[in-house]
Design a protein around this ligand. Structure first.
Ligand code: GUN
Length: 288
């Protein structure tokens, strides 16, 4: 059977168009202009690109966006002060602090300071706890985007064996909780897992979030599996991007796969827009 390439660009465009439509409706019916505040501290070049893309997406869907580009020397107290101000500002619905932060600032302290009602990244312990016990709250954007990729590609999740490689707080752990919510049977693997290829070969849906280029080869893949590749690894010599999956090697063995780039990557920003719209709806009490 032919392998299906899951098109993250097309699916993210569809999500953003839906957000755009609802954003316009929220403004027309309730006079609420959804607004995302983005904070960047320091001059990490990759972070600057991500922040620029987030601002562009805000423009596309019709959000107001507030941008704070703070110098590397910004103190933790100054950053916390800005977050307090944005938490208290009724015109702001989402607050995003781009990670990583400079070494003298403690990321956990910063994340904990963001109001859970405006935590569109889904990183606050309250958001993670809500996800864990199935209460409403914001879900980390990359795993939320993967659920959309699967659903909108017609991949059935309920009852399937799902193996997740990687247990980070941003991807692996929330991914496991979301797949569980969708009634998959979930296994989370990591660097200490014994015979990783054999565990991965159990998967109907294999999600690779390791951060090691081309690690997943056909030896890890069951015939007909769906493969989701979260990796973004830049080859320092060619500058080319590679996923955690050896795409050419596994292609004929799987039934569907996400490419890198153009798979999971574009979904993250689309889901950020979706979370921020949701924040604006909840905070304003609008019934759309
Ligand atoms: N740095 C890398 N990915 C992310 C993300 O999803 N959110 C934030 N805030 N920072 C990041």
């Amino acid at each position: 059977m032919e392998t299906k390439i899951i098109d993250g660009k097309a699916i993210s465009a569809a999500v953003k168009d839906e957000v755009k439509e609802k954003t316009a409706l929220l403004f027309e019916k309730f006079g609420v202009k959804a607004c995302l505040a983005v904070i960047l501290v320091g001059s990490d070049p990759a972070s600057a690109v991500y922040v620029r893309n987030k601002k562009r997406a805000c423009e596309y869907v019709g959000f107001e966006s507030l941008s704070y580009e703070l110098p590397e020397e910004t103190t933790q107290d100054e950053l916390l002060g800005l977050i307090d101000k944005l938490n208290a500002d009724d015109k702001v619905h989402g607050i995003l602090v781009q990670m990583p932060l400079p070494k003298h600032i403690d990321e956990k302290t910063v994340i904990d300071r963001i109001s859970p009602a405006k935590d569109v990244d889904g990183f606050h312990p309250m958001s993670v706890g809500a996800l864990c016990i199935g209460e409403p709250g914001f879900v980390s954007c990359t795993p939320a985007g993967i659920i959309q990729l699967l659903k909108r590609s017609g991949v059935e999740i309920a009852g399937k064996e799902c193996v997740i490689v990687g247990r980070s707080n941003i991807v692996g752990k929330p991914m496991a909780l979301l797949m569980l919510r969708e009634n998959a049977t979930v296994t989370v693997t990591h660097s200490r897992t014994k015979d990783l290829p054999a565990v991965c070969r159990r998967a109907d849906i294999l999600i690779a979030a390791i951060g090691k280029a081309k690690m997943i080869t056909e030896d890890y893949v069951k015939e007909g599996a769906v493969i989701i590749d979260v990796g973004i690894n830049r080859d320092p010599e060619s500058g080319k991007l590679f996923g955690d999956v050896d795409y050419e090697n596994v292609f004929d063995k799987c039934s569907a796969i996400t490419p890198v780039p153009g798979g999971v990557g574009p979904m993250t920003i689309a889901m950020l827009m979706n979370n921020c719209l949701e924040a604006a709806i909840r905070l304003s009490g609008a019934k759309l």
